[in-house]
Structures are given as structure tokens and as C-alpha cells.
Design a protein around this ligand. Structure first.
Ligand SMILES: NC(=O)c1ccc[n+]([C@@H]2O[C@H](COP(=O)([O-])OP(=O)(O)OC[C@H]3O[C@@H](n4cnc5c(N)ncnc54)[C@H](OP(=O)(O)O)[C@@H]3O)[C@@H](O)[C@H]2O)c1
Length: 251
């Protein structure tokens, strides 16, 4: 069960090597979290992440999970929930893709969409139903500011996040008044392995800042969290720009 500050005692991370997710886990463990499940594709990084979190005092398990295997999600995630209540699920998997390459390679583009959108739909439905059966818990979904408006430079990724974002809003409404809290997180540019080598903008932030925002959002039971907060107003302005103007911006 969460404490009075909304900190979960048990945490399930989908995308167990994500820099943002691991920064969040570290922050939660420093508060109260005692059990962490890292779901992800088997790799030394996944095992190293588990060793690291155990060193911080959390009982940490790894479990094989592939976003692209929607048909397996129910069985895999069901096993985690069968072990005990989960107070927070953090849906953190995702791929940025390579826009220029993916425009030439439709199969590769579809993989971005399947990972970020289709995989999230099945995983979130399974987790949402399990949280509902418990009668409590939070589902925190890492969307992106890219979901707000298609940009020439990353519309394949952006459209997959737009689908995820819309889906999560609907799931939040469906689970309203069930005891389950669904929270959308829309970070801007975060310095992680996903963005290594890319040029950071002026509002670029860190995984630790996203973790702080998630913690605050849990405490407030927010439905949407922007990181940094100013991104909300930047995107509100960009969203309303006429397309002819927007198209000419170097975004
Ligand atoms: N960094 C940013 O600027 C930024 C901004 C807004 C939103 N986000 C979102 O935040 C989330 C976390 O990103 P991050 O910055 O922490 O990046 P990251 O460190 O690269 O983490 C991405 C995670 O996704 C996992 N993943 C990719 N494909 C998968 C699959 N088929 N099945 C299971 N897991 C898979 C990766 O696992 P492997 O170790 O197996 O590759 C990794 O754990 C993503 O959804 C991302 O879109 C990031």
C-alpha cells in the first residue's frame, strides 16, 4: 500500500533498464519502496540494474518482457500480480527510432509504432485490470511532449506517442472511481541513453527531474504531469500555431 505521501511500497517497471524509470526507482527506494520488479528484455543491463537496486535495499526481481509480444503480456504480467499487490506500475519502455531511416524502411517504422503504441495498449490493459482487481494502485505512463503535435523531424515517434497518450487518457477515464490512479507524464528532452548524441534544447532536463515530478504527481494524484512544467505552456503555444507557420520552424 502507498503511504500518506503516495510513495508505493511495491513497484513494477515495464522497460526495466530505462534511465528515467531507474531514476524513479532510486527515488522511491530512498522514500519507502521495498519491492521492485524490473520487466524487460533479458540483458546484462537488466541484471545490473537489479543488482544496483538491491544494493539500495529493495528486493528486486527481473522478469522477461517484450513490448512487441502483446500476446504474452497477460501471462507474464499476471505472474507478477499473482505474487502480491503492486502499488505502482511505471510504463517506461519505448524506442525513438531513426526518423530518416524509418521513412525509407516501413517495417522499421512499424516497429516503433508497435513498441510504443500497440505494446503499451496490451500491457496497460493487463496492468489496469490487475490494479482494478486489487482496488488500488497507480499506472504511470511515460508519454512525451512529442505526442502534442506532429513534427517533421520525428513524426513517426510522435504519432506513436500521440496514440499512447490518447489511449492513456481514455484508460484513466475508464478506471476513474475504481481506486486506480492513471497518470500521464509528458517529458520534453531528457538526457538519457535514448537521446545520447542528440542536441538538447534549452528546456532539456534529467531523469532525476522526471523522477521528482512523478513523485509529486503521485502525491497530488495528478492526471497529467509535464517535465519541466514550463513545457505545458510551450506546447500550448506550439499546438495553436497555424500549420503554415509551424511547418517552417526548425523543430
Ligand atoms: N529521453 C527523452 O528525451 C524522453 C522524452 C520523453 C519521453 N520519453 C519516454 O520515456 C520512456 C523512457 O525513456 P528513457 O529516456 O528512459 O530511455 P531509455 O533509457 O533508452 O529506455 C528505454 C527503455 O525501453 C525499453 N525497450 C525498448 N524496446 C523494448 C521492447 N520491445 N520491449 C521491452 N522493452 C523495450 C529498453 O529496454 P532495452 O534495454 O531492452 O533496450 C529501455 O528499458 C520512453 O517511453 C521514452 O519514449 C523519453
Amino acid at each position: 500500500m502507498k503511504d500518506a505521501f503516495g510513495t508505493p511500497q511495491s513497484l513494477l517497471i515495464l522497460g526495466g533498464t530505462s534511465d528515467i524509470a531507474l531514476a524513479t526507482a532510486r527515488r522511491m527506494i530512498a522514500r519507502r519502496t521495498r519491492t521492485v520488479w524490473l520487466a524487460g528484455r533479458p540483458s546484462p543491463d537488466l541484471e545490473n540494474a537489479a543488482v544496483h537496486l538491491r544494493g539500495l535495499g529493495a528486493e528486486t526481481h527481473t522478469i522477461t518482457f517484450d513490448a512487441l509480444g502483446s500476446e504474452s503480456h497477460e501471462a507474464i504480467l499476471g505472474k507478477v500480480f499473482a505474487e502480491g499487490d503492486i502499488d505502482m506500475v511505471l510504463l517506461a519502455f519505448g524506442v525513438l527510432g531513426d526518423q530518416a531511416n524509418d521513412e525509407r524502411d516501413p517495417v522499421s517504422a512499424a516497429r516503433v509504432a508497435q513498441t510504443n503504441y500497440t505494446g503499451a495498449v496490451s500491457a496497460a490493459l493487463v496492468c489496469g485490470r490487475a490494479l482494478q482487481a486489487q482496488g488500488h494502485g497507480s499506472l504511470v505512463v511515460l508519454s512525451s511532449v512529442a505526442a502534442e503535435r506532429a513534427r517533421r523531424s520525428n513524426f513517426i515517434y510522435g504519432s506513436s506517442k500521440a496514440g499512447l497518450d490518447t489511449f492513456t487518457q481514455g484508460l484513466g477515464d475508464a478506471l476513474h472511481n475504481t481506486g486506480v490512479h492513471v497518470m500521464l507524464v509528458r517529458p520534453g528532452f531528457v538526457r538519457t541513453s535514448m537521446t545520447t548524441g542528440l542536441t538538447a534544447g534549452p528546456l532539456a532536463t534529467t531523469p532525476e527531474a522526471v523522477a521528482v515530478a512523478i513523485e509529486l504527481g503521485l502525491r497530488r494524484r495528478s492526471e497529467t504531469v509535464w517535465v519541466p512544467g514550463a513545457m505545458r505552456w510551450v506546447m500550448a503555444a506550439l499546438r495553436h500555431l497555424p500549420r503554415t507557420v509551424f511547418r517552417r520552424l526548425p523543430l
